[in-house]
Design a protein around this ligand. Structure first.
Ligand code: C5P
Length: 247
């Protein structure tokens, strides 16, 4: 999706939120839904990952605690973030930074910035403006709880840490990273701890969310289960999960 145009933040477009920890399958399911519904897609984790990249480029230290002046710098960067998502790329002021934000180190930088309330606040309007007709599929950690509390359909995915580490490891290897399951398992554990324990927008299911444990489900099985709930909540005809995943 390209940078959303400035418009009122309350939108009539229906929203589907998919929240959960890394490797729970939310990105895969979100893309499956987007392909079938033809709706817009907001991958909110990319915003935090890009901020992590900008912090690294600016030499901002992200050890705890982050210095006051650096928090101010990060909030300013968040407030004027110029991002667009198109053709599988993530463009920061025209530069495709997709490859630079996919490593586990980039995920860790993102999760060090994510607890800052000033940054989260600065990103709110941008995210909400993504809800445009015909509809939006949004994935992240706080889509159903904070960013889109009025979403038509809320989903929360979980999976055991071993399964999540295995999936992340496979994804990262496919992207050309040299990683081991043991290393990813350790890093995911750390990231989970930070995402679950932070004071602002911690990872948790939204009230009334459809919760699905994907540990022993294939991607197609998970899409079937989520699609049934989406069709019901959004009053849509049956969504076929056939031919999934597409690649
Ligand atoms: O989803 P992804 O793994 O790309 O997210 C990277 C990090 O960004 C997460 O570990 C989390 O700390 C943060 N994040 C967040 N809120 C979101 C999406 C991501 O705090 N809505």
């Amino acid at each position: 999706m390209s940078s959303p145009p400035r418009q009122p933040e309350i939108s009539a477009a229906p929203v589907i939120t998919l929240d959960g920890p890394s490797g729970s399958g939310k990105g895969t399911i979100a893309r499956g839904l987007v392909a079938r519904l033809g709706w817009h897609y907001l991958e909110s984790g990319a915003l935090y990952r890009v901020l992590g990249l900008l912090a690294a480029r600016d030499g901002i230290a992200l050890g705890a605690p982050i210095a006051e002046r650096d928090i101010a710098k990060l909030s300013a960067l968040a407030a004027r973030l110029q991002l667009s998502f198109r053709d599988g790329g993530v463009f920061l002021e025209g530069e495709d930074v997709n490859a630079q934000i996919r490593s586990e180190a980039a995920g860790e930088r993102a999760s060090r910035i994510a607890p800052l309330p000033e940054v989260r606040e600065a990103l709110l309007g941008w995210q909400r403006r993504c809800a445009r007709p015909p509809g939006l599929v949004a994935d992240g950690r706080d889509m159903g709880t904070v960013v889109f509390p009025g979403a038509a359909c809320k989903v929360f995915l979980t999976a055991g840490v071993e399964a999540r580490a295995r999936r992340r490891c496979a994804q990262l290897k496919e992207l050309g990273f040299n990683v081991s399951i043991a290393q990813i398992h350790r890093e995911l554990g750390e990231r989970d701890r930070r995402d679950l324990s932070r004071a602002v927008s911690p990872l948790k299911p939204a009230e009334g969310a459809f919760q699905l444990d994907t540990t022993s489900l294939s991607a197609a099985e998970a899409l079937v289960a989520v699609s049934a709930r989406v069709a019901r909540d959004c009053n849509l005809p049956e969504i076929s999960a056939g031919n999934f995943p597409e690649s």
